[in-house]
Design a protein around this ligand. Structure first.
Ligand code: ATP
Length: 255
């Protein structure tokens, strides 16, 4: 299933947040959305996920969700959003509780996603016993459990220290390489965008408009740290964003 935004405009009261956004998140690809603070990235993600309706324009789900999909769209947030009183297993099980699944089907889904996120040994642990990176892997496992058509990821690595972030990026790449998933991935981190994005959508400062869409053809598994082509892409993105980011920063200071 592809997710398409067509000519989206969005206002909060008198504030224009997004202007004429048209973009396509094709099946099996990761689309990164980058842009300066406050340009409307998270708003766009909420509109794509149907949590809010755009003031103008539409979001379309084109094609059928994958077989066994229990929920076409699912979110992964920066703060993990785990229930602290539930174990790793219990947190993943939560999203399956509203679905009519036999116990054995439910348990096999949970075992599969915990194995894919390297958490099998930690099924009985509580969130407080886990590192930040592991907590985010639980959130990823929980999202994968419903076999979504599209994962909507809002700065999923930004609460983590830089080493954990690198490790989790590697995890996401190997997860995608073994079984490609579709994602829209909001980040303000350009290094993350060039490591993970098949397509990078650059937004201007508010009202967010698409400044450029950059395609990166290098397979995810071949995007090594320090790769010269990726460095160049990152420089190019920073070139596009630099003035916008500075202007957005000044606006926030004077707001
Ligand atoms: N529910 C809301 N009601 C009113 N204004 C909102 C609401 N949500 C967001 N905004 C405003 O819309 C603008 C865009 O916010 P949004 O969080 O989408 O930007 P962002 O690009 O994700 O920001 P950041 O990079 O800082 O996380 C901001 O000016 C914000 O204050």
């Amino acid at each position: 299933m592809d997710l398409q935004a067509q000519n989206i405009h969005h206002h909060y009261g008198p504030t224009e947040v997004l202007r004429d956004i048209t973009l396509d998140a094709p099946s099996g690809k990761i689309v990164c959305i980058v842009g300066p603070s406050g340009c409307g990235k998270s708003t766009l993600l909420r509109l794509l996920g149907g949590l809010e309706q755009p003031t103008q324009g539409q979001v379309l789900q084109v094609g059928a969700p994958p077989p066994g999909c229990l929920n076409p769209l699912t979110y992964i947030f920066q703060d993990f959003a785990l229930l602290p009183w539930r174990t790793v297993h219990g947190n993943v099980a939560l999203v399956l509780e509203d679905h009519r699944l036999s116990v054995s089907d439910r348990e096999s889904i949970i075992a599969d996603v915990l194995a894919r996120t390297k958490l099998s040994e930690f099924a009985d642990a509580l969130p407080k016993q886990l590192s930040g990176g592991m907590k985010q892997r639980v959130a990823i496992a929980r999202a994968l459990a419903v076999n979504p058509a599209v994962m909507l990821m809002d700065e999923p690595l930004s609460a983590l220290d830089s080493q954990t972030r690198e490790l989790l990026m590697d995890d996401l790449i190997s997860l995608w390489t073994r079984q490609p998933f579709t994602a829209v991935y909001v980040t303000h981190n350009l290094a993350e965008a060039v490591r993970l994005g098949h397509k990078i959508v650059v937004l201007s400062r508010r009202p967010g408009q698409i400044r450029e869409v950059v395609d990166i053809d290098i397979p995810l598994a071949e995007r090594s740290y320090g790769d010269a082509t990726l460095e160049r892409q990152q420089q190019h993105l920073w070139g596009l964003m630099r003035a916008e980011a500075a202007a957005a920063d000044a606006e926030l200071i004077h707001a």
